[in-house]
Each structure stands twice: as C-alpha cells, then as structure tokens.
Design a protein around this ligand. Structure first.
Ligand code: KIV
Ligand code: ZN
Length: 499
C-alpha cells in the first residue's frame, strides 16, 4: 500500500502575510471551503493573537469547515496558546501550531538565549498546548540553517513532550534540495521516538527551490507538506500546493498518495488570485495562463498527433476545461454562473448573480465576446459595491498641447464631495483630484497598467500600491477607460485604510 502524505495549507496564514493582500473573514471562509473541496487535510487559518480580525477568522472558519483539521499558529508563549485554543473552540478537528527559532542566529540574536533554554521553552510550550488539544504541531523556526545535531535534540524533546507533528521550516529559503533532504533523513535516523510523530516540510522560495526542497524532504521521510495556493507568501513565497500535488500525481514511481482532488486546482487558484488581487505569472507551473499553451509549430504538431509528445499533464486533471463556452449577449444566467465558478467565484446569492448578470449584458452590448478577464472584472465590481468611498463621476480633459485637468465627485458614506486638479498626465490629474478630497498623507508607490485583451476597445487592468502610515495597501480595478480604472484602483486602495 502506498504511503499517505498530509497536505497542510497555509494560504490563509503564511500566504496572507503578503503586504496588501489581506482578506476579510467572509473571503477567508470562501477560500477555506474551496480548500476543503480540494481535499486539503489541514487548514492553517491564522495567528489568533496577532489581531482581533485573525482571531475572528479562525473562529468563523472553524464553524464553516466540516472535516479538515483547523490549525492556529502561536509563538512558544502561554498567552498565545490560550488565545489560539479559544479561537479554535468551534473546530471539529483542531491543532495548535507552536514553536520557536532554533538556528544559532535566532537563539542568540532574536531570543538572546542559549540552546538549552530554547529546548526548555520548546518543551514547556508543547506541554502547555497539549492541555488544550491532542494534536500539537511544533515548528523549529529557521531549521534550514540550524545545526542538525542540535535540531535532532529539539525534535526528540518536543516529541517526548507530546508533539504529534514536527515542522522543519526552511524559513529563509536557503537550503539546497539534497541538503534539505539530508536534514530530514538525519532526523529520521537519529531521533529517538521519531515514529511517534510526523515530520513536516515548510519551504520558502527565496532561491526558487521551495518545491524541489519539499519533494526532497518527502523522499527522505517527511509525511506532511506545508504549502500555499499559487505559492503565495512573504518575499518569494512558499511551496506551491498545485506543484507538489501534480508532481506526486505525475510521478507514480514515488508511490505516495494525497487526498487532493486535483481537478479543483484551477478553481481555487483563480479564486485566491482574484480575491487577493495577486496576478499569477503567465508561465507559472500548473496554474499560469500559458502552462498548457503550446505555441511553437513543432510542439503544436506533436501534440495534435499525440498529446504524450509534449504534454505530461492532462489540463482536465487540474480543472481546465478546454471546451470553454463563449459568453455573448445571448448567454443566460446559468452559463455566466458556471463560468464564474470555473474562475473561482462562487455565487449562492441570487440577487448578486442578477446584478452581475445585468452588468454582463451591458458589457456584452458593447463587446461581441466576453472573456474571462471581463467576467472577473464584473464580479470584482460587485465586491466593491459595499465600499465606503465610491466614485460618482470623473471627468478628465487631456490632449496634445493641453495640461491635463480632472474633476471628480466622490460619495463618502453617503456624503458628496467634489475636487479638481491638474497633473503631468490624465492619471496624475485624477489622483491629484482625489487627494484634494481625501486629506491623508499617502504615497502612490507602484502602478501597473495592463491591457488584458487585444483590441483598443477592450479592458485595461490597473494594480496599485498606496502607502499610508507605513503600511502598503493594494488597489485594483479594470475598466475600458484606463484613466477611470486608475482612479478606481486608487480608491480601492484608500478604502482599505479609511474607515
Ligand atoms: O517560515 C517559518 O518558519 C514559519 C513558521 C512560523 C512555521 O512560517
Ligand atoms: Zn513560513
């Protein structure tokens, strides 16, 4: 019988630490339910002591999800563990994930401590968490750079104290695959009682080796992998769930099974990307727009003769439906709802579907064929309907020999405001006009304007990063008018810090 590998998804904790990509509780529940459908075994739902919002999300996800284990992160601190246990009180299956840094630099500089004292703190935290839950995972932070002999002592001590899973994070993404694999093997060979717990990988992608390191860990005995959808996460991100899932599916020789229903991968990937306004690079393995597009003549010829020539994955295995229905003004609500589902947007509320359908028909009158980006834009528009600040109107005059000037009307929680300004270009003028009304010190850090389809009448997509009080907020919009899309993206970012 093949071995079983447990999939621990940390999209909602490590993944969500990306500046500006925070989700609200309703959005997190949507993602958690999609992860459940995907067959994830453990969902790390948050770090409850870090904020009341995180606490609330862990509580609500615990209620919403049925069978996966819900996990909450803590430091090796009693108060953190108390709060995590409280946040998990509604979970049917619960886990506390506690831990401490074990590399020389963490012990010396982060904790100003000694190796012996760190082991004592690790054991005490594990025993304390054990008072609340049976399932306790211990993370040895920066294990990737820790001395293997010392690491083995920590792992042995926490297993004796009751840890059911021990996480070996390559926190800085430093390890080489054979080095990380050898670390796991060393622990498997040298830790007394290792078979009383499961070892977990948790690899960051700073050197682009997260997935390779994770697989190397699995080949050497790890039986849990910590991953995120689309590989999102701080800096260069975490190991991508879809990559590990498909590697194990393609390489039957590895003979390790997961509980993943891989045909939901595309759906969850699109959902996470659109909710977090985090575009997926087109050549990203498994979920990128070009992952299954054969463009060279030789490849196309080969694939047409026999798919096996150049295709190792059937796109249907990750939920990509090649027989897309083209949506036009004659398409009905059911076709729109189905396409939204494929794109990761689940609509159970009939009124919302009606609103999006109405906007869809308006757009379909202007454009012959509605593509996936158009549909996501329409769904996104519905998502911003409840925002505090909305644009009533925007007028911009610009042209050759003219200094661009913009006037804008904003609705802020029902009150009307107007502002006008000029600028170096039409987008600059629109942003200056907004700044005349919103009296906060904020800086536009980055702007990305993309034409998402081919024609000049198609949609443009704008991503922005706006800094306020030292925090960076993301804004997004799509519109056939690129200046309007820029103003909307700016307002989208402002809505995240003006309450
Ligand atoms: O990267 C890391 O070390 C972590 C731990 C908190 C598990 O995310
Ligand atoms: Zn991490």
């Amino acid at each position: 019988m093949s071995d079983r590998l447990y999939i621990f998804d940390t999209t909602l904790r490590d993944g969500e630490q990306v500046p500006g990509c925070q989700l609200n509780t309703v959005e997190k529940i949507e993602v958690a339910k999609a992860l459940e459908l995907l067959g994830v075994d453990i969902i790390e739902a948050g770090f409850p002591i870090s904020s009341p919002g995180d606490f609330h999300s862990v509580e609500e996800i615990s209620k919403a999800v049925t069978w996966p284990t819900i996990c909450a992160l803590t430091r090796a601190v009693q108060k953190d563990i108390d709060v995590a246990a409280d946040a998990l009180k509604f979970a049917k299956n619960k886990r506390i994930h506690t831990g401490i840094g074990v590399s020389e630099s963490h012990i010396r500089y982060k904790f100003n401590s000694t190796p012996e004292e760190i082991i004592e703190r690790a054991v005490a935290a594990t025993k304390y968490a054990k008072k609340y839950v049976e399932d306790v995972e211990f993370y040895c932070e920066d294990a990737g750079r820790a001395d293997n002999e010392y690491l083995a002592r920590v792992v042995e001590a926490v297993i004796k104290a009751g840890a059911t899973v021990v996480n070996i994070p390559d926190t800085t993404g430093y390890c080489l695959p054979q080095e990380y694999g050898a670390k796991i093997k060393y622990l498997m060979d040298h830790v007394d009682g290792i078979h009383n717990a499961r070892l977990s990988t948790h690899c960051h992608n700073d050197l682009g080796m997260a997935t390779a390191n994770t697989i190397s860990g699995v080949l050497n005995g790890a039986r849990q992998v910590e991953v995120t959808i689309n590989g999102i996460g701080e800096r260069a991100g975490n190991t991508a769930l879809e990559e590990v899932g498909m590697i194990l599916r393609c390489h039957k020789d590895i003979d390790i099974d997961t509980n993943l229903n891989t045909q939901h991968i595309h759906h969850v990937s699109t959902m996470v990307s659109s909710l977090m306004n985090m575009p997926i690079q087109p050549n990203k393995a498994i979920v990128g727009r070009n992952a299954f597009a054969h463009s060279s003549g030789i490849h196309q010829d080969g694939v047409l003769k026999n798919k096996d020539t150049y295709e190792i994955i059937d796109p249907k295995d990750v939920g990509i439906d090649n027989n897309e229905i083209i949506l036009t003004a004659r398409s009905g609500r059911a076709a729109l709802k189905h396409r939204l589902h494929v794109l990761g947007v689940d609509l159970s509320d009939q009124n919302k579907l009606d609103e999006i359908y109405k906007a869809f028909l308006d757009l379909a009158d202007k454009k012959k064929e509605i593509n996936d980006d158009d549909i996501l834009m329409l769904a996104g528009r519905d998502r911003v309907a409840g925002q505090r600040i909305k644009i009533d109107y925007l007028q911009v005059t610009s042209g050759v020999g003219l200094r661009p000037i913009a006037s804008i009307g904003l609705d802020i929680a029902g009150e009307k405001f107007e502002g006008a300004a000029n600028g170096n270009g039409p987008v600059d003028a629109a942003i200056n006009a907004i700044k005349k009304i919103i009296n906060r010190k904020m800086t536009l850090q980055d702007i990305l304007i993309q034409n998402i389809t081919k024609g000049s009448g198609d949609l443009g997509k704008v991503h922005m990063q706006v800094e306020c009080d030292g925090i960076t907020y993301q804004g997004f919009s799509a519109n056939t008018d690129i200046v309007a899309a820029s103003a909307e993206a700016y307002i989208d970012a402002i809505n995240k810090f003006v309450h």
